[in-house]
Ligand binder design. Sequence first.
Ligand code: TXA
Ligand code: MG
Length: 319
Amino acid sequence: DRGAGEGQLQADRQAEVAAAAEALRAGGLVILPTETVYGLGANAADPAAVAAIFEAKGRPRFNPLIAHVADLETAARIAVFDDRAHALAREFWPGPLTIVAPIRDPEAVCDLARAGLDTVAIRVPGHPLSRAVLAAFGGAVVAPSANRSGRPSPTTYDDAMAETGDKAAAHLDGGPCAVGLESTVVSVLEGEVRLLRPGAVTRVQLQQIVGRLAEAQDDAKRSPGRLALHYAPDAPVRINAKTPEAGEAYLAFGPWPESPRVFNLSPTGDLAEAAANLFAFLRAADRIRPSAIAVAPIPEEGLGEAINDRLRRAAGYVG
Ligand code: TXA
Ligand code: MG
């Protein structure tokens, strides 16, 4: 069980699910809740619909998208999964792990969606609404985070609507995202597993399934979309701040006195709670128009690796 993202879909939402699947078939974009962050979805096989995603986000076209599918069988028809990819998928799907593998069916996830690469990034999301839409639609849905390019990922329906809602033909409210950070991205190529983007599934969890991970390559090669300034609010972000300065908002971690300028990621120092709050609190801190957003040091263990990755990028440092 992976938490609040899973569960049974209420019967009264079937009409919304059918409408979203229909919008995808018609080439439209869909605000799609997942357990990680809200996505902006399109039919992966439709180049015009995929082009509309890049347009809506202002996203550079060299940055490939993640294909979302209903189950492992569909994934294995689209990509070439070796034993390790299968083992990872069986352990973590549905859930916040994206697997980059050689493309098998280049029509199912079009060239533009893959940014011309001969590999494809694919995952089965855990949220019941996205799974229902994927099952009703049948094919692959590419869905980047629903923010405009460079901004924090939306983790609530309202934030997703504010970012790209006007570009979508269907909108699904799945409540606040249980995980709050994007999926972990690994490549499984030529028998080697590499961590391309730290995320909700931790390095240790991966090692428990596949043993040692191969050495990471340099940032540009690792994952084409990993730009230096990313996930950024309007205010500058100052990381590893033991205490805030006058005029700053403060994202605390652990016990800290309450104040209107303080947003505590987790008063008890819980990394899962901090991950779930991170993007929403960056946005909330931004709204008080501070001189900067100072962020407390976050331990680099477990989920902390992914939190610190996002914070370094929000602050403008390359990971
Ligand atoms: O949790 C998530 O993964 C969310 C939800 C909506 O599923 N999606 C998401 O998508 O974060 P996006 O587009 O913001 O990030 C996709 C990442 C980028 O870093 C991109 O470069 C990488 O996946 N990626 C996609 N295809 C790739 C490929 N063939 N090789 C290497 N990296 C790839
Ligand atoms: Mg993104």
